[in-house]
Design a protein around this ligand. Sequence first.
Ligand SMILES: CC(C)(COP(=O)(O)OP(=O)(O)OC[C@H]1O[C@@H](n2cnc3c(N)ncnc32)[C@H](O)[C@@H]1OP(=O)(O)O)[C@@H](O)C(=O)NCCC(=O)NCCS
Length: 168
Amino acid sequence: MNASPLAKREKGSFFMVQILFARPEDEEELRDIFWNYGMDMSGDITEHLVVKNGVELLAGGKLSELEEKKFYLEVIGVKEGYNGCGYGSLLLNKMVQNPWECCKKPISQNRGKYVITTIARGRAVNFYQRHGFKPCDFEQIPLEYRYQCSDCPEKEDCGPVPMILIGG
Ligand SMILES: CC(C)(COP(=O)(O)OP(=O)(O)OC[C@H]1O[C@@H](n2cnc3c(N)ncnc32)[C@H](O)[C@@H]1OP(=O)(O)O)[C@@H](O)C(=O)NCCC(=O)NCCS
């Protein structure tokens, strides 16, 4: 993972941010971000990719390669108060450009066509579409995640949409 700083423009100023794999000590901060949206971390903290500005953890997400060249975005979230500032885009863009690099335990070679799927909250569908995802059928979501919303009491308000991106 290339953790070299990126210049991020916000409200007329530039901030240096880094995208890197989380460390064990990031767990509480990242969990707080996700819990705020009724989400949780997905497994080991160190398999999550995070955006940091040197002081705070601003966003995080986890991408897994479940089968060769078939990636699944398990979770992504931005710290409350920073929504709409572009940090989610920074993170998702990195994942879409090179999913192997953003996946802690890749299982295939870094080349060729690949697929990334996810289940988007209705409110975030535009966000994913701007990064090249398209709505798809639930059948295209890996079996272990396909029914994750089925029993969720917030399903109606959330309006989950299965989404797919074909890259490479
Ligand atoms: C969705 C999310 C990751 C986007 O990251 P971000 O840094 O806020 O987004 P960016 O500034 O890069 O892009 C703005 C887009 O984010 C989305 N967005 C902004 N605020 C949001 C919020 N509070 N909740 C959900 N989506 C939001 C919008 O789709 C917006 O695009 P639009 O203006 O075209 O509709 C982030 O807002 C978030 O964590 N939302 C809550 C948790 C969530 O919905 N996670 C995704 C689960 S599928």
